[in-house]
Ligand binder design. Structure first.
Ligand SMILES: C[S@@+](CC[C@H](N)C(=O)[O-])C[C@H]1O[C@@H](n2cnc3c(N)ncnc32)[C@H](O)[C@@H]1O
Length: 169
């Protein structure tokens, strides 16, 4: 399969997942609310209630990650964070909260439906210091050395060119 075909298959899969969440359903797998959908118990309920407080319900339902990078990353006030493959935006919104108004959290995703969902979740959460960018994790649309911390949740594995993702990061 050519790299562009891999990308298109991934885009279609996650576009459909975003549409399910926007339509009020579960995303189909994994993430914060997956326990409700009978998904893999290892990748469900990754975020505790305290972390999810104040986050839109759809942001939790959209979560398709297999970990919780915001629980592991040592984020400090004023830092700039980038989430590679930000999906419905939960990790970006949680990161924005951690870096505070003097910092910023960027989400990067290639799927229009996910970007729309993430921006809706941002509006619902009332988070001002976050921005969702359209693009590919193999070619990050930000200036070099403009980010302090990069996080990513179950996305690098989807790239057909993982070396390029890591070089770019
Ligand atoms: C498994 S979901 C994870 C979403 C999010 N990180 C989370 O934890 O819910 C993968 C996401 O990465 C995006 N994605 C996959 N490959 C990508 C690439 N090469 N460039 C940009 N985004 C990509 C998809 O559109 C999808 O939103």
């Amino acid at each position: 399969m050519a790299d562009t075909d891999v990308r298109e298959a991934v885009r279609q899969r996650y576009g459909a997942a975003a549409q399910r969440v926007s339509g009020g359903q579960n995303n189909g797998c994994c993430g914060a609310a997956a326990g409700e959908g009978g998904c893999d118990p290892i990748t469900s309920n990754l975020y505790d209630a305290e972390q999810l407080a104040g986050m839109p319900e759809a942001a939790g339902r959209a979560s398709l990650g297999c970990g919780n990078p915001t629980a592991l990353a040592d984020l400090r006030p004023g830092e700039v964070v980038l989430d590679l493959g930000s999906g419905g935006g939960l990790d970006v919104l949680l990161s924005a909260r951690r870096v505070g108004p003097g910092g910023k959290a960027y989400g990067l995703d290639m799927t229009d439906e996910m970007l729309a969902l993430a921006r809706e979740n941002q509006t619902r959460a009332g988070v001002a210091n976050a921005e969702f960018l359209k693009g590919h994790i193999e070619d990050i649309p930000l200036p070099d050395a403009s980010v302090d911390v990069i996080v990513s949740n179950c996305v690098v594995n989807l790239s057909a060119d993982k070396d390029q993702v890591l070089r770019e990061a």
